[in-house]
Structures are given as C-alpha cells and as structure tokens.
Design a protein around this ligand. Structure first.
Ligand SMILES: O=C[C@H](O)COP(=O)(O)O
Length: 550
C-alpha cells in the first residue's frame, strides 16, 4: 500500500475540512459529555471515570494545515459494581416471569413501546448527528439507519399483535384441547456492532422487550454516545429494571455478566470470536440461548454470461457501501476467466467516479473508517497480496492509498488461496478478485469457508444458477440473484450457517427467538372447553403477588 506521503495520500488528506467549513446543522458545537447511566429505572449521575470519544473524521487546522482529532464527547466507564447492580435489577424485574413486565399482556407492552417510539422520533436529528460523528456514516445513510429502525419497530409491533391473536386461540386435536402461550426467556444481554449501532442493537433489543424479557444492553465501542438521547425515554417508558445500560470496557464488565449464570439469552451482533468466548464463560453454556449475527465472507460468483455493466454496479454497492463495513458486504469476487479482463476494466473505470469525502457531502460513498486500527490492518492485507503476486488494479487512480482514517477503494487481482485477503473478513474497502474456470472452484470456497451468510450469483443461465442454488442452499442463509448481498428488506429471514449466525434475525422470527412455547392442555369436554374459553377472556396478564388469595 502506498506511503502516506505519496500524492494520492495527500489528496486524501485534503478531503478533511476545517471546523468552519462544516455545515452548521451537522457541526458538533460542543462535546457531549454523558453523565448518567440507567440502572433499575433511574438515571444515575456518574462520578467515576469517563471514556473520551474522538471522531474518525479528522479536522484540518486552518493555520497549520495539519489534521487533528476532534473530541466529540465522553461516556461513563462503569465498573463491576454498577454492572452487578444492573444485572440484579434486570433479574429482579423479571422475577422468574412474575415481574410486572413479563407478566404484562403483550398488548400493554406494545403500548409502552409505542410511547418510546414517539420519544425516540423526537431525537432523530441528534441521533443522526451522533451516528455521523461517531462512526463516520454519511448523513443520508445515518438518516436511513434511523428511519429503518423506526420501520423495523413498527413491523415488529404489527407482527407481535398477530402473534398475540394467534395465542388467543386454542387447538383441538385427538380428544385434547391445547392453548399455546409464548413466554419470555428471562434476562437478555444485548450487544450490537459499530456499523449499525442503533439498528442492530434494536434488532435484538426490541423483539426481546416486546416478548417480555428484561434487558441489559451494552452499546458498541464505537457508537455509544448516540444512545444518550434515548436514556430518558428508556427510563420513563418502561417499568423499572426492564431496560438497564451497561457502559464501559467490554472486557472488564461483560465476563462477569456471563460468569454470573444469570444471563438467559446472549443476543450479540458482532464477531464469532467474541460470541464463542462469552458463551464459554457461562456456567450453564448448554442452557444459554444465543441469538447471534456474526462474521461473513460473502462471495460473488460472476458467470460468463453476466451483464457486466449491471454486475459492476451491484458489486460496487455491495463491496463499498459504508466502506465495506457491513457484515453483508461482498468480500470476495469469483469472476470467470473468460470475462475477467473486461470485468476488471469496467470495474476500474467505474471506480474513478466513486465519491470519496466527508459524510455531509453529497454523492459520497467512501468516508473515514470507524475503527482506528483498520487502515493498518487493510494495509497489511494489501501488502501480503502484493508480495504473493497480486496487483492493485486501480493504483493509478488512488487504489492502495491511505491517509489516517481514509482508505481509498483498492482492487486486488489475481487473488489466490495463499493470501490473507482470500480468507479473512476485511470489513473495509478492499475488493479481492479471484479468477475461476470451473463452477466447483467458488463452490469449494464456500463449502470450506467457516462462514455461510450470503452469496451473489450473476448470470441468466437457468441451469447453472439452479445448480448453484441447490448446491449452496444448505451452506448459505441467503442467495442473491443478479444483485448484491444485503440484509433488506428486513422482514426477510436474516441468518447464516456455520460461524455466521445462530438464529434468525428478522421481524417474525426474532419474536419467536426471544420467546418460548408453553402449552396448556386438557381433555376435550364441554366443561374444559368452557374453562379454556373463560381463561382466554380473563387471563394473559395475571400476576401472583402476596395480596392475591382465593
Ligand atoms: O452489517 C450487517 C447489516 O445487517 C447489513 O445490513 P445491510 O445489508 O442492509 O447493509
């Protein structure tokens, strides 16, 4: 990869702007110092240590021309003491299913959530701004993330109402009457990733809440401040102890939560390495329920008859949206040897048009990377590929250039199995291209991969496509035809095989994942049928307390 002093790296440097040049509506006027944590329904003033948050978007100093870091806020570094209190609060609020929240009728829980959504909508501008500054997502994508999250909650509410209607019915079979209730699991630990900090945290938190579980949630390392505007709403919209925040260094506080054995569900969207380590810490790991969205190395298989212009458009969106920092991104391209030369040429040409800049500028795809260690990692991947015989195809147009948190899109060709980039999930704007001859080559790659999230197939050849679908369906969660890999529409099943996922994260399936069936059964007699009917009319949210007597 090119050194930071080369002309193209200097061009990247010039993309950072001075504070005065940032549009007012997105400018951070003063850092957001978060001073509270939410435990047991109360917003507690924090008097301990704070973690300072610097944006990946550097600021250009008008006088010196140097680029500088910008402090955008700080948040509490909670200790094991507060973490224990948060855990105790969640356990108390669940109370073996007798707590106010799990015992509440689902329709009433929906009312609490609806109030929360209206308060959340009032915070849209502030949350969008924080997403932009914390992880350097474009304003358009940050707005999309916010709006998509609201849509996701609304869809979840719609689906939960349907589920509630289903459980208000009973089934008669073989002389028995059965009425199935869906009940929560208990205490859920929710942790989302930095790339969709709001959306993917809520992808687990919302269905878990709606189904009556109580929550501990730890915001992602990059993407923490954006939850600050929601703390008040969490506190006022839900009974105490139902939602508790856990802030601080994951390595210091998450192990104790797992080791306590009191976490019933681990809901994590992140890395399989972290998921495996956390699961092992639980004393009853075989009984721990996991809902996981993990790593992926999604491949595109581009066949000789593919429409190359269309394919290149999809590949660029698939590999480079949000700098390739998406679990669903296309991370390796298998291109048939007969068309690899024209494909590469069209790709390199198209990449000249890609927008590189700051999140508030129009038409931008590539922005500074969110993780400070990522540019060095990508440089190592590219250097390794170059040393083993690949070229940076778009080097003349900036491919390989790096300046601080900016990494220029980089096309590597020809890539082979000896290279790091062939196997590892780069999570950045590097596009490795592997030429192939026989269909069995990309198929073997997918079969042998530890991951199995998605694949894209580009072709109109029915025989080849249906053969690939039949061969890959049990290896892969989603097969995309003539389009990039992606999660949306969010109502489609979102899952994966092997180290890519555990459970399905979409609307209906997530409600199922965060609850379990409990069936009430009786012999079919007129009296019992009447009993079941009466229970259905009066029950569903009754709660045994010391005051209840018969
Ligand atoms: O990072 C994983 C996200 O769920 C991807 O969602 P997306 O495909 O809509 O960008």
């Amino acid at each position: 990869m090119a050194e930071q002093t080369n002309p193209i790296s200097k061009d990247l440097k010039s993309l950072f702007s001075t504070l005065a040049d940032i549009p007012e509506d997105i400018r951070i006027e003063s850092p957001l110092h978060q001073k509270q944590i939410l435990i047991d329904g109360a917003l507690r003033e924090w008097t301990g240590d704070f973690h300072e948050v610097y944006s990946p978007i550097l600021i250009s100093n008008k006088e010196t021309g140097a680029t500088e870091q910008l402090l955008i806020g700080s948040y509490p570094i909670a200790t094991t003491k507060e973490t224990q209190e948060a855990l105790d609060a969640a356990v108390r609020a669940y109370d073996g299913g007798r707590g106010a929240w799990p015992a509440m009728h689902i329709n009433e829980r929906i009312q609490h959530l609806t109030r929360f959504v209206s308060e959340m909508k009032a915070q849209r501008q502030q949350i969008v701004k924080l997403i932009v500054w914390e992880i350097s997502k474009t304003v358009a994508d940050a707005e999309k993330e916010f709006d998509r999250t609201i849509d996701y909650i609304n869809e979840t509410v719609r689906s939960a109402k349907q589920l509630s209607n289903q459980t208000n019915a009973f089934q008669v079979t073989q002389g028995f009457i059965g009425q199935t209730k869906r009940v929560p699991h208990g205490v859920v630990l929710c942790m989302g990733p930095f790339n969709y900090p709001l959306n993917e945290t809520f992808t687990t938190l919302i269905p878990a809440l709606i189904m009556g579980n109580t929550i501990l949630f730890k915001p992602p390392k990059h993407g923490t401040l954006l939850f600050e505007p929601l703390l008040e709403a969490f506190s006022s919209c839900f009974p105490k102890g139902v939602v508790n925040t856990v802030y601080g260094r994951g390595r210091d506080i998450v192990p104790m939560l797992m080791e306590s054995g009191k976490i019933d569900v681990l809901a994590l969207i992140g890395s399989s390495r972290v998921a495996d380590a956390l699961k092992k810490m639980h004393p009853k790991s075989n009984r721990l329920k996991s809902v996981l969205g993990l790593d992926a190395k999604n491949a595109a298989i581009i066949l000789p008859d593919a429409d190359l212009t269309h394919t290149v458009r999809e590949v660029i969106a698939g590999a480079l949206s949000f700098n390739g920092q998406r679990c669903t991104a296309l991370k390796v391209l298998f291109v048939h040897h007969e068309i690899v030369a024209p494909f590469n040429q069209i790709l390199v040409e198209a990449l000249k048009q890609i927008g590189i800049g700051l999140p508030w500028q129009k038409g931008i795809t590539i922005t500074p990377l969110a993780e400070p260690e990522k540019p060095a990692y990508l440089k190592a991947c590219v250097d390794d590929a170059l040393a083993k015989g690949a070229d940076v195809l778009n080097a003349a147009d900036g491919g390989g250039a790096i300046y601080e948190s900016f990494v220029h899109p980089t096309v590597l060709y020809p890539v082979n199995s000896a290279m790091k980039i062939y196997h590892e999930e780069q999570f950045g704007p590097v596009i490795p291209i592997v030429p192939f001859t026989a269909l069995s080559e990309p198929v073997e790659y997918i079969m042998n991969s530890p991951y199995g999230q998605q694949v894209s197939i580009f072709s109109q050849d029915t025989d080849a496509v249906s053969l690939l679908i039949d061969t890959l369906a049990n290896q892969i969660g989603r097969i995309n035809l003539n389009s990039q890999c992606q999660r949306s529409p969010d109502t489609f099943p979102f899952n994966g095989r092997k180290d890519s996922a555990d459970g399905t994260l979409s609307v209906d399936e997530a409600l199922i994942a965060f609850s379990v069936d409990s069936v009430v059964v009786t012999k079919q007699t007129p009296e019992n049928e009447q009993l079941i009917r009466s229970i259905l009319e009066t029950g569903g949210s009754r709660r045994l307390t010391n005051e209840v007597s018969f």
